[in-house]
Design a protein around this ligand. Sequence first.
Ligand code: SAH
Length: 246
Amino acid sequence: MTFAAQILTLYPDMFPGPLGASLAGKALGEGKWSCDTIQMRDFASDKHRSVDDTPAGGGAGMVLRADILGAAVDAAIAKQPNVPILAMTPRGKPLTQAKVREISSGEGVTILCGRFEGFDERIFENRNIEEISIGDYILSGGEMATFILLDACIRLLPGVMGHSSSGEEESFENGLLEYPHYTRPIEWEGRIIPEVLRSGDHAKIAAWRQQASEAITRSRRPDLWKRHRDASDSSPSDVRQKNKED
Ligand code: SAH
């Protein structure tokens, strides 16, 4: 099955852009996902093909018009009726690995890329659109945010990653940050790879990695650590027992 990405943008030439290289580019070439763009400007009706106007109530910048957005979104729905519609916005729900998994398990996605000050609010009131943020900072447009979202989804599509198990141990997949990695040479600038990792004892290695994952999460991301502990407190797992002993 091809995961169909449909992007509504004022800059269709930006796509597939960086997603045309490396893992995502190879998958695109193999038809594991497709990348179609819709030029929002095509839905403008005046001779200047304008898509934005000044904000009601005054203030700086320009706002994408609801009527243009509505027509563009409707065209996207006509092309792909069964996929979720997302809009990239700084005030949206923060993107998580769980959301990425949910999106990548579907048939595809339609994504609205904002520009200027953003969207006329009424598009969110009259169409079923979920707002997604990639972080607490402001980009100049939704295209970069779309690259990030799609890159995260594409690597999870069946057959895209070499070893499918490598996706499951990654940071955030189990609510924790990943343990440290090492590779050859065994000694570098006086630093030696931890002995346990060279022991060949898989149970000990797994225990070391779990412990390292927990320690890194606790010190770097107290927010994730708290969530992880709360989640394991409500599930009857070994982790709960272990956390209680801490
Ligand atoms: N006036 C807006 C910012 C507009 S930035 C505000 O203060 O919230 C222009 C466009 O870039 C947005 O419409 C959105 O599509 C995109 N964008 C900027 N920052 C983003 C972020 N952190 N996550 C997702 N999209 C973002």
